[in-house]
Design a protein around this ligand. Structure first.
Ligand code: GYE
Length: 307
């Protein structure tokens, strides 16, 4: 290897790294915490960050990525709004010779050389945890038990995997019935609206709500209370994320359990960026350990919540 190549490689650690981050939106408290974590961690790590918010539009994500290519960033990180349709744009990035990190949600591509690593939660396991909590909670209670599911954004990996993981577990009991499953796009406003219309349709047949995130659960709680139903008592509520607001609801007895999904990926992401620039080999998948919170834990832990 010629001398100057070796030199330029070792210089990388002292040179400023530029990261382009295509964020998918700002739909939830999870997302806002994720954005803050990325911005703060970049600062702390001394990495120059170009940040674009696509407001739920995959097309806008493509535009952001193309602008990162034009600006010749060192690394591109993408939090993809949906899981399909990424192959062509990732080919463009590959041709430009820029390494890609997939963050938070996954992409569905056949050519896994199109990205270096995927860093984020195990959404399938989150769905399973929700299912296990429910089985446990309903032990000894005779069926049929009517479940409503509020799904997140269609074709997004957390929606698909939470949905499937949940079913894998609850399918073991035939009298647990999913009466309705509808998308409310991970937002509080839509969570409330969709829940209102489901309550009108099903009324007291609803025993359980499984919400794919906390924001939708908060909206659904408003809808239940306005309809004279007691969240957490008349309807068992299980949600995902673990935001401070959901902890408050658990303390008040209105949410029964929350499966943790950690948005604070910033430091891990910056470390991965540095390792890529340092020529290190990375695993294709980086998962963070997560747990489940119930009402008794919520009281103890609420003051420690960071998002
Ligand atoms: O659960 C939800 C957010 O992709 C894991 O997106 C993330 C999900 C999170 O809007 O609140």
């Amino acid at each position: 290897m010629p001398q100057d190549t070796v030199l330029s490689e070792s210089q990388h650690s002292t040179q400023k790294i530029t990261l382009g981050y295509s964020q998918l939106g700002s739909e939830s408290d999870w997302r806002k915490a994720n954005t803050n974590s990325v911005k703060e961690s970049a600062k702390e790590a001394g990495i120059t960050l170009l940040f674009e918010n696509a407001e739920q539009s995959q097309e806008k994500q493509f535009e952001a990525i193309r602008s990162f290519i034009k600006q010749k960033v060192d690394v591109i990180a993408i939090a993809p709004v949906v899981q399909s349709g990424w192959e062509p744009i990732l080919q463009e990035v590959k041709q430009a010779g820029i390494p890609v990190i997939i963050a938070d949600r996954s992409v569905n591509v056949t050519d896994s050389s199109l990205y270096v690593t995927f860093i984020g939660s195990d959404f399938y396991d989150e769905g399973r945890k929700a299912g296990k909590y429910l089985l446990d909670k309903m032990k000894g209670r005779p069926g049929p038990i009517g479940i409503v599911e509020l799904q997140g954004t269609m074709d997004s990996s957390p929606t698909i995997e939470r949905k499937n993981g949940f079913r894998e577990i609850i399918d073991s009991r035939a009298d647990l019935k999913i009466l309705k499953t509808r998308s409310a796009n991970f937002t509080l406003e839509q969570g409330k609206k969709v829940m209102q219309s489901i309550i009108e349709e099903l009324g007291e047949d609803i025993d359980v709500l499984f919400s794919h995130n906390d924001d939708m659960a908060l909206g659904a709680i408003e809808a239940m209370e306005e309809a004279g139903l007691r969240p957490g008592i008349d309807i068992v509520i299980i949600s995902v994320d673990g935001t401070r607001k959901s902890f408050e609801m658990m303390v008040q007895g209105k949410i029964n359990a929350v499966v943790e999904c950690n948005p604070l990926l910033g430091m891990n992401l910056m470390q991965v960026v540095k390792e890529i620039m340092g020529g290190k080999n990375l695993p294709k998948r980086i998962v963070l350990p997560e747990s489940i919170f119930t009402q008794s834990i919520a009281e103890r832990e609420i003051n420690n919540r960071k998002y």
